[in-house]
Design a protein around this ligand. Structure first.
Ligand code: UD1
Length: 379
């Protein structure tokens, strides 16, 4: 029996951990899984809604760390996670993605000589100004088993000197969740509630510090969105960090509403602000959007899986397969370039293909590799 602690802390983690937890719970004969929620994200719409929508069982252990500076948050997670590992003595700690909870729990486990498994290893933006890039590089270099979502991940890890036998190209657990929940998302009433018909609106998300923490950059992006929204109504579910900045810098005038009431009347133009949405509502909207504009990592992948055009408002991406094979386009933050890209995409939507193994079975492959690895280690 292998004892594994699975860690999730922030919104994108929940989407990635759901299929892994489910695949592990199907093997009670071989795996004892313990789910830890660090509490990095804690609002009902950033956390509870995702557990509900993704059928994730309640966490066995909640660390309730909350928000703080990077060092304080990372340190607090480590302080609270260490006694859990000491008490439970797991064989492995499994972490996903690139958030502060990922590096904090991986580092805690590695220092206690507990095996570390990193799911979504090897992605690189080569931009050390991104906190996530630091988390990715460090987590990979203290991991024993590294599961990658795309070929670039394998190549990056090999170039960094990680042994080939530790790297496994299994596909994308985020796409496992998408495929599993697409039918349930189709039953969401969000489109009628807002007043959108399929293919007649765009969707926006922004939360990267490099985009929303600088009033000039954020203002320029909003001016481009405002312009695009005259041709295509845009819905912007606003992350709490972004909402704070909109209020702080008085950027509300870019919006057609004040962020609260979005009625069912048909939307023809305007940029509409709403609270963060749950997974199923967001998936329903994303799958019917004519265009998505984002600085998220996961949404670049989800739009590729759905074949929906995506314009990424960043200067780099750690997910190159979404551009080389999928429907994603990297345009940066210059308003002229954003508007031009939107015009081009609306005139001629890009065609894309699905990267290998983005087939809904990545989590099953992870469990199979893990069981095989354990068998070999014991023989
Ligand atoms: C984190 C991740 C980022 C990921 C994003 C997804 C890191 C370094 N960053 O960024 O990679 O793409 O999650 O959302 O781990 N807040 C709330 N309620 C919550 C959570 C946060 O109001 O439930 C607010 C707090 O003011 C907090 C701020 O949002 O200070 C930022 O939260 P934090 O977890 O530090 O980083 P994110 O920007 O969410």
């Amino acid at each position: 029996m292998i004892k594994i602690i699975c860690v999730a802390g922030a919104r994108p983690n929940f989407v990635k951990i759901a299929p892994i937890v489910s695949a592990m719970l199907k093997r009670p004969d071989a795996i004892k899984m313990i789910l830890v929620h660090t509490g990095q994200h804690y609002d009902a719409d950033m956390s509870d809604a995702f557990f509900r929508d993704l059928d994730i069982p309640p966490p066995d252990i909640a660390l309730n760390v909350g928000s703080a500076s990077h060092a304080q948050q990372t340190a607090e997670i480590m302080k609270r996670f260490e006694p859990v590992v000491l008490e439970l003595k797991p064989d492995y700690v499994l972490v996903v993605g690139d958030v502060n909870s990922t590096i904090a729990c991986a580092l805690t486990a590695a220092k206690l000589q507990v095996g570390v498994i990193h799911v979504e290893a090897g992605l690189r933006s080569f931009d050390r100004e991104m906190p996530e890039e630091i988390n990715r590089v460090l987590t990979d270099h203290i991991s024993d088993l590294l599961f990658v979502t795309e070929e670039s991940g394998r190549q990056n890890l090999l170039k960094e000197g990680i042994a080939a036998e530790r790297i496994h190209f299994v596909g994308n657990v985020m796409i496992d969740s998408l495929k599993r929940q697409l039918a349930a998302a189709g039953r969401s009433a969000i489109m009628e509630q807002i007043g959108f018909r399929p293919g007649t609106f765009g969707l926006v998300t922004l939360h990267r510090p490099s985009n929303v923490d600088d009033p000039f950059v954020f203002g320029e992006i909003l001016s481009a969105l405002h312009d695009i929204s005259k041709k295509l109504p845009l819905l912007f579910p606003v992350h709490p960090r972004t909402a704070g900045k909109i209020v702080e810098w008085n950027l509300q005038e870019s919006f057609a509403n004040d962020g609260t009431a979005i009625g069912p009347e048909e939307k023809r133009s305007g940029l509409y602000w709403t609270a963060p949405l749950g997974y199923l509502d967001f998936l329903q909207l994303m799958s019917h959007a004519r265009l998505v504009l984002t600085d998220s990592g996961g949404i670049q992948e989800e739009t590729t899986a759905l074949g929906v055009p995506c314009i990424t408002l960043r200067h780099n991406t750690e997910r190159p397969s979404t551009i080389e094979m999928g429907t994603n386009r990297l345009v940066g933050t210059d308003p002229g370039r954003i508007m031009q890209a939107a015009d081009e995409v609306l005139a001629k939507p890009p065609a894309g293909t699905l990267p290998p193994f983005w087939d809904g079975h990545a989590a099953e492959r992870i469990v199979a590799v893990l069981l095989n690895y354990e068998r070999k280690a014991k023989s």
